[in-house]
Design a protein around this ligand. Structure first.
Ligand code: KG4
Ligand code: ZN
Length: 342
């Protein structure tokens, strides 16, 4: 018997996570992700190894997502997939798989922008309790390993960038600093962990002046390298004796930089709602500074559940749901786009 509702199977493979989710309308029935440990050996994502692992993982991940959702392929209304931005080889695996599946089932294919996905994760309906979703317009600070953006969202599929990084993403500033400290990849969560028992006021880092509401993190990253090198010359045990305080101070600085521009944009535009999205939105200092900003500016803030912060297919599925409602489908000629605006 045909099930009621729209069933979308979504695939995300833009970087080093192979993920598949099944959604019924705006609720998530399953969201299965296989990470890739291999990159830890190299201190960063190796694109060729990432695409090979996606090839190995994609069939079992899709199979597990279908089983967990309790549906079969013939129940599906559409196939969604990340088409960019991301790594070429990684995107190709997901996109080729999704095209073949849509073609064989004779159902629509929906190509999704990964950055839109991070933001629209805020519109996933919780099955257990009524969750409040942002109203339009709202501002989203999207912070990940590859992006740092301040985006105004005027409708589910209407985005305008009001500020962004001119060089490195904030996730990269976390990960590179962790590497300098000898922590494994990805170091962002480890900096967060060590920072918990540290003194965030102990060390100071520079603010880079950037006109408007854009960001720059490469100078901060370099100043961190010199800070560690200089102090380690004076005391070879500097890092291990002060790891917690170093992590807390550096993390506090990065998050303060992020929120300085967000505060400006909120004041300039009069927007009364702020959401955060992307891998770095899992960061505890960001979460607590956002709550302080909520009180300071009398605004409403939206912090995503942890499972929808880092890369996942549920966020691709929810974006595809809004595209489905608009009959916004892709044909089989769609190609991966490694660099694409929002
Ligand atoms: O969104 P995401 O999973 O992948 C990209 O699209 O880039 O973000 C990954 C980034 C990495 O830089 C990782 O270190 C960072 O998110 N990250 C964190 C935390 N959890 C993940 N950074 C700081 N604190 C965290 N708790
Ligand atoms: Zn991402």
């Amino acid at each position: 018997m045909q099930k009621s509702g729209t069933y979308i199977l979504a695939i995300e493979s833009s970087c080093d996570d192979t993920s598949c989710a099944v959604l019924r309308d705006n609720t998530v029935l399953s969201n299965v992700t296989a990470g890739q440990e291999i990159h830890r050996l190299y201190g960063g994502v190796v694109p060729e190894l990432a695409s090979r692992d996606h090839q190995k993982n994609i069939v079992p991940v899709v199979d597990a997502a279908l089983k967990k959702a309790g549906i079969v392929l013939s129940d599906l209304s559409a196939i969604a997939v990340t088409a960019g931005p991301g790594l070429m080889g990684s995107l190709l695996v997901g996109l080729s798989f999704a095209k073949s599946l849509a073609l064989s089932l004779n159902i629509p294919l929906i190509a999704v922008n990964h950055m839109q996905g991070h933001i629209l994760a805020h519109f996933i309906k919780d099955e257990e309790e009524e969750n409040e979703m942002p109203a339009f317009p709202f501002l989203c600070l999207t912070v990940s390993g590859g992006h740092t953006q301040l985006v105004k969202i005027s409708d589910h599929l209407q985005f305008e960038i009001l500020g962004q990084t001119l060089d490195d993403a904030v996730g990269e500033a976390f990960d590179k600093a962790a590497k300098i400290l000898g922590l494994p990849y990805p170091g962002g969560p480890l900096i967060d962990k060590h920072a918990k028992s540290g003194d965030k006021t102990k060390y100071k880092f520079p603010f880079t002046h950037v006109p408007g509401n854009d960001y720059s993190f490469s100078g901060i990253k370099t100043s961190f390298l010199y800070f560690i090198q200089n102090n380690s010359q004076k005391n070879e045990n500097f890092v291990c004796e002060n790891l917690e305080d170093i992590c807390a101070s550096y993390q506090h600085h990065l998050i303060s930089v992020l929120l300085k521009n967000a505060r400006n944009v909120l004041k300039e535009t009069g927007i009364k709602q702020l959401a955060i999205a992307g891998g770095v939105s899992a960061n505890s200092e960001l979460r607590s500074q956002v709550l302080e900003l909520e009180k300071e500016l009398s605004i409403k803030t939206f912090i995503p559940p942890f499972e929808y912060c880092t890369d996942n297919a549920a966020m691709i599925g929810i974006t595809a749901y809004y595209k489905f409602l608009r009959n916004d489908f892709s044909d089989l000629s769609v190609i991966p786009q490694t660099r694409i605006g929002i």
